[in-house]
Design a protein around this ligand. Structure first.
Ligand SMILES: *Cc1c(COP(=O)(O)O)cnc(C)c1O
Length: 387
C-alpha cells in the first residue's frame, strides 16, 4: 500500500494565504506572545459571539486553566463524559478535584442529561460536557440542572457548531449557557495552529484570571496590581504556568479562522453523502444529529451492527483507510482504573458504543474520489464480514 493510497481520518488544510501569514510574522519583531495573539483573540471571540477569548498553548492547557479559574479543588466533584479524550478528565485531576463520569446518550454519544442530574450532589462543583464529534450537547438543559455549578464546555470538536434554543441559534463558544468554553487548535481539529487552545467567556474576571494564569500568575496591569513603583514592576499574584501561545501560531490560526465556514460546510457535505450511503446498510448505524443542532462534524463514527468491530477495523486499515476509535472510555485507562473511577458495568451505553465504534476519514480536503472510496470500502468490508 503506497502512502498516496492511505486516507487519514483527519488532516489540516493549509493554503498559500496561511503560509504568507506565518512568513509575515517571521519577518516581524515579535515571535512569541505579541500583537498577533491579541488580534486572533478578538477575531475568535467575535466569531463565537463571546466577549472574551484567551489563547493558550493547547486545548489541554485551556482545560487546565479553566478548571483552576472555576475554582475546582480537593474535595470537589466534577461531572464529565467517559467518551472523550483523556485531557478532559485529566484537567479535573490537575486541580485535585475528582472526576465523576456520567454515561452517554446512545443516539449522539454525548453525555446524557439524566445521568448528570442523578450524579449531582452537595460536593458537585462543575460539569464539563463534551460536544462529541462536533454536535452540541443540550446546553439549555445542562445549564438548568443547577445554579451552583460551573459549566465548562469542551468544544475541542465543535468550532463552528450551533444549537437552537427557543427558536434562536447560538454558536458554540458564545457561552450563552456556560461559564467558559474551550477549543483546541491541533491540526486534526477544525483550524490548525500547530498546537494551541482557546478559552472563551463572557466574564471579565475569568478572562483576566485566565490571562494571568497562562503566564506564571503574573500581571503588569495597573488596575490589578497592589503597587506600581515603576515600569520594571510586575506582580506574581498566584501560581500560574507558561501556557503562552506564539504570534507564529496565532497568525496561522487567524488565517485558518477566515475559512472556518467553508471548512464546516465541506464537512457537512461529506457527512450528507456518508449518511445517504450507509442508510440502507444493515450492518452500520450512525450517530443522530438533533433537529436543534448543527454539528460541525469533527469526526464521523460508524457503529458496527452484526459485524465484529475489531475485524471491521482491521479490514478497513488493510484497505488503506486511517480508521480510529474515538474513544476508549476513560474509566478503562489503567490510571483511572487504579483511581476507582468506575467499572464498565456502570456505563452500559459507553461500553456498547465503544464495542461498535469506528471513526472513518473526514476532513475538508477530501476529494470526491476519496469520499467515494471510503463509502465503497466501508460497504464492501461490512458485507464481506457479515457473510
Ligand atoms: C483534542 C482534544 C482535547 C485536547 O486538545 P489539545 O489541543 O490536543 O491539547 C481535549 N478534549 C477533546 C475532546 C479533544 O478532542
Amino acid at each position: 500500500m503506497s502512502s498516496d493510497n492511505f486516507i487519514p481520518y483527519g488532516r489540516q488544510l493549509i493554503d498559500a494565504e496561511d503560509i504568507r501569514a506565518v512568513i509575515k510574522i517571521l519577518k516581524s519583531d515579535w515571535l512569541t506572545q505579541g500583537p498577533a495573539v491579541d488580534q486572533f483573540e478578538r477575531e475568535f471571540a467575535a466569531f463565537c459571539g463571546a466577549r472574551y477569548a484567551v489563547a493558550v498553548s493547547s486545548g489541554t492547557a485551556a482545560l487546565h486553566l479553566s478548571a483552576i479559574a472555576a475554582g475546582f479543588g480537593p474535595g470537589d466533584e466534577v461531572i464529565t463524559t467517559p467518551i472523550t479524550f483523556v485531557a478532559t478528565s485529566n484537567s479535573i485531576l490537575y486541580t485535585g478535584a475528582t472526576p465523576f463520569f456520567a454515561d452517554i446518550d446512545p443516539e449522539t454519544a454525548c453525555i446524557d442529561i439524566k445521568n448528570i442530574s442523578s450524579r449531582i450532589n452537595g460536593r458537585t462543583r462543575g460539569i464539563i460536557p463534551v460536544h462529541f464529534a462536533g454536535q452540541p450537547c443540550d446546553m439549555e438543559a445542562i445549564a438548568g440542572l443547577s445554579k451552583k455549578v460551573t459549566i465548562i464546555e469542551d468544544a475541542a470538536h465543535a468550532l463552528g457548531a450551533q444549537y437552537k434554543v427557543q427558536g434562536k441559534w447560538f454558536k458554540v463558544g458564545s457561552c450563552a449557557h456556560s461559564d467558559m468554553t474551550i477549543f483546541s487548535l491541533h491540526p486534526v481539529k477544525h483550524i490548525a495552529a500547530g498546537e494551541g487552545g482557546v478559552i472563551t467567556t463572557n466574564s471579565s474576571e475569568l478572562a483576566s484570571r485566565l490571562r494571568m494564569l497562562r503566564t506564571h500568575g503574573i500581571t503588569r496591569e495597573n488596575a490589578l496590581m497592589e503597587q506600581n513603583p515603576g515600569p520594571w514592576w510586575y506582580e506574581m499574584q498566584e501560581l500560574g504556568y507558561n501556557y503562552r501561545i506564539t504570534d507564529i501560531q496565532c497568525a496561522l490560526a487567524a488565517s485558518q479562522l477566515k475559512k472556518i465556514e467553508g471548512f464546516v460546510e465541506r464537512r457537512r457535505e461529506i457527512v450528507k453523502k456518508y449518511n445517504e450511503a450507509f442508510k440502507d446498510n444493515p450492518y452500520i448505524e450512525v450517530l443522530t444529529e438533533r433537529s436543534w443542532a448543527r454539528s460541525s462534524w469533527h469526526i464521523y463514527v460508524i457503529l458496527c451492527k452484526g459485524v465484529d468491530r475489531d475485524r471491521m477495523f482491521h479490514a478497513l486499515r488493510a484497505e488503506g483507510l486511517g480508521v480510529n476509535v474515538h474513544y476508549i472510555p476513560v474509566y478503562r485507562q489503567p490510571f483511572y482504573v487504579k483511581k476507582g473511577s468506575g467499572s464498565p458495568s456502570d456505563f452500559p451505553e459507553s461500553e456498547n458504543y465503544y464495542n461498535k465504534a469506528i471513526t472513518i476519514p473526514l476532513f475538508p480536503a477530501m476529494t470526491e474520489r476519496q469520499v467515494a472510496r471510503v463509502i465503497d470500502t466501508v460497504n464492501t468490508c461490512a458485507k464481506d464480514l457479515a457473510t
